[in-house]
Every structure is written in structure tokens, then in C-alpha cells.
Write a protein that binds this ligand. Structure first.
Ligand code: MG
Length: 385
């Protein structure tokens, strides 16, 4: 059956690469709806390339303007618009490439409407992992990961019994500041932080990579995706980003997935599994040319946010919602040059100390925590921390 795709976050890094994958396989994939946030100019480009009848934009003003220009297209807007797309009759698969916890509600909505999920929005699982898992079970829906590490693990797990897996090993490039001491992180610029050595990604995730918050989120994501205890999920520093992650089985075998850094592979595999299709213009990985790969232990003192992610993950309740919301606001403030790089973790730890922890958090508690934490951190930023 053809995958009829609803793509949320079409103008971002994952979104544009998803469009590339769809365009290369028109016999297998069809774009039936998409959303765009601030980069509104992408709407016209996408509508010129694909025949789509449903589009969500961020604000009402853009919607009105586009309605005049494209009278055959049905436009919706805002958070409500995202839910309308997620529940769209025509679509059978949601590709969630939104950034931030704003992605959680559309994921849950699509699951409730029986749509399969290809997930790039890791905050969906970080903030609402427990609720997403319950919904997947209830509505018999599949969720496949797009994050490269989780795709690698997912690929390694094909044909392996769950009970035979002893460890998941998530590789980490170490981000833009992997060779700097904490002392050398003082006063680093936004531009320096945005220069990731291996991957070309969106701004938020590149900063998250530099703090290793991204790796922490990936640990939490892996816990929910693969049902593994936090103590059985390791992070391994591997600066070349050739091994995208590994699993270890009971008999001590290590299975890994390797390849060049091209996000189109995990995107395509999330949509094609269990089949594999040609990756058009994909670059092959030449190991003989590479000669050496490097590995190292991760330093939790150097990267306290990774440690915090393990702790919040184990605490469950609303702890990860606090961690994520504080991070979103802090990273945004850093990108706007309102705070220093090291203030990101300072703000997060303040939020974890101050915002009330609720052990048996309901979904509503999680959303309330998200709002409260954002407000709290915004005020700290405004008040000069
Ligand atoms: Mg990743």
C-alpha cells in the first residue's frame, strides 16, 4: 500500500530531506499534507513540486495571504491546525519532524486516528513517552524512529528477539565543543556552537548536541522505543559518526549499523521497513579509505546534562517535561544571544530544583509542567538569570 504522508515540519532539515525521499519514490510515497512554521516561503516551493491539498501554517495572517494565492488548497493554522492535519482522513502515515514538545499532541492525535508514525520529533517521547506507548498499544499503531541512532538500533534489532538484547549502545559525536574543557566553554559564540563537525542539522538540535542534551534525550527516547532499562543503555563517544549506534546481545555479539552521515537513510527506512529501496544519490561509506574509527567513554562531569537526562528518565513523572521545557527556552535564549552557553545548563538545573516534581503525573500534569517551566525559565532569562 502506498504511504500517504502527512509531514509536520516540512521546512526544517528533516522536513526537506523527507520531501527529497518522497520525490525520489513517487510510486511508494505520496505527500498529502504538510505544515510549515516560520519559513513561510517554503509553502509555495512545496506546492509547486507536489500536488497537496492541505497545508498548515503558523499564523492566521500567512494563512489568509496564501488562501488568495492558492484557492484550491485548504489552509489551517496554529497548534489546532497541526491537529487537523494529524487527523486527516487521506493520510495513513504521519512524519513528525517538528522541533520541541509542540510535537507531542499531534503525535497522540495521529495515533488516535490510526495513523502510523515515523518520528523525528524526539521531544514527543522525552516529554510524553509513557502516554505515547499506551496509545500505540491501544490503537494498534506502529511507530518507527527517524533519529539516526534509533534507526540504527532499530535496523540492528531486525531478526533479533527482544529478550536476547543485553544492551543498547548509542554513539555520540560529542558535538561542536567535544575537544574543549569546561573552562574553554566560557563565552563561546552562537556561531561556534552551530558549527557541528559531522552533521548539518537545525539550530536547536545542533546546540543540544554541543551540550549533549541531545544525547540525553536520545537515551530517554531509546528507553521508550525499545523498552530497555536506563542501566542497559550506554553512550559511546565516536567522533566520526560512521557507526550510528549498536546493540549487544546476550552472547556478547555487537551488531552495528554503519554509513555516511545522511539523514535520508533513516527517514527512508522509517517509511520503507521491512523493505529497503535505493537511496538516490546516496554516498557509499568506504571503510578502506577511512582506515580508523575512534571510540571513547563519555565524561558525565564534563557534560552534566547527559547525567541529568538519565536521572530525570529514571524519576519519570513530570521530570523529563521540566528538563525539556527548560532546555527549549534556554537554547532559544542562547540562540538569541540573551544568555551565555554555560547558562543553558544553569537554567535547566534551576528549573529542576524549583519546579514541583509530580511522580504520578497525568498527561495534563505534563502539559501544565511544560507551560510552568517555560514561564519560570523565561523570567530567569529576563531577570538576567
Ligand atoms: Mg540523533
Amino acid at each position: 500500500m502506498k504511504k500517504k504522508i502527512i509531514l509536520l515540519g516540512a521546512s526544517g532539515s528533516i522536513g526537506t530531506q523527507t520531501l527529497d525521499v518522497i520525490a525520489h519514490h513517487p510510486d511508494l510515497f505520496e505527500l498529502c499534507a504538510f505544515s510549515v512554521g516560520k519559513r513561510i516561503e517554503h509553502v509555495e516551493t512545496i506546492l509547486n513540486q507536489f500536488e497537496v491539498h492541505h497545508v498548515c501554517v503558523l499564523n492566521e495572517k500567512d494563512k489568509k495571504h496564501l488562501e488568495v494565492k492558492f484557492p484550491d488548497v485548504h489552509f489551517v493554522s496554529g497548534d489546532e491546525g497541526l491537529l487537523q492535519l494529524a487527523s486527516l482522513e487521506e493520510g495513513n502515515t504521519l512524519v513528525n519532524a517538528l522541533v520541541g514538545s509542540v510535537g507531542l499532541k499531534p503525535t497522540l492525535c495521529a495515533i488516535e486516528h490510526g495513523k502510523d508514525i515515523a518520528l523525528a520529533n524526539k521531544e514527543t517521547l522525552v516529554v510524553g513517552g509513557k502516554f505515547v506507548k499506551e496509545a500505540l498499544k491501544k490503537y494498534h499503531v506502529n511507530l518507527t524512529p527517524i533519529d539516526s541512532e534509533h534507526s540504527a538500533i532499530f535496523q540492528c534489532l531486525q531478526g533479533v528477539r527482544k529478550e536476547d538484547v543485553s544492551k543498547l549502545i548509542i554513539t555520540a559525536s560529542g558535538g561542536s565543543f567535544r575537544d574543549r574543557s569546561r573552562e574553554e566553554l566560557k563565552g563561546v559564540s552562537v556561531k561556534e556552537a552551530l558549527a557541528h563537525p559531522n552533521w548539518n542539522m537545525g539550530a536547536k538540535i545542533t546546540i543540544d548536541s554541543a551540550t549533549l542534551m541531545n544525547k540525553g534525550f536520545e537515551v530517554i527516547e531509546a528507553h521508550y522505543l525499545f523498552d530497555m532499562d536506563y542501566d542497559d543503555i550506554d553512550v559511546l563517544v565516536h567522533k566520526e559518526s560512521i557507526i550510528h549506534s549498536l546493540i549487544e546481545t546476550k552472547d556478547t555479539a555487537l551488531l552495528a549499523q554503519l554509513g555516511t552521515a545522511d539523514m535520508r537513510l533513516p527517514i527512508q527506512y522509517a517509511l520503507s521497513v521491512p523493505k529497503r529501496f535505493e537511496l538516490v544519490s546516496g554516498e557509499r561509506c568506504n571503510l578502506a579509505k577511512l582506515k580508523t574509527l575512534h571510540f571513547d567513554e563519555v565524561d558525565m562531569v564534563r557534560f552534566p546534562l547527559l547525567k541529568a537526562a538519565y536521572e530525570c528518565g529514571k524519576k519519570e513523572g513530570n521530570a523529563c517535561a521540566i528538563l525539556n521545557a527548560a532546555n527549549e527556552v534556554a537554547v532559544n535564549a542562547f540562540l538569541n544571544e540573551e544568555i551565555e552557553f554555560l547558562d543553558i545548563e544553569k537554567l535547566i538545573f534551576k528549573a529542576l530544583d524549583e519546579i514541583e516534581y509530580i511522580k504520578d503525573a497525568t498527561l495534563k500534569d505534563v502539559f501544565d509542567t511544560d507551560c510552568r517551566t517555560r514561564q519560570f525559565v523565561k523570567e530567569l532569562v529576563k531577570g538576567g538569570i
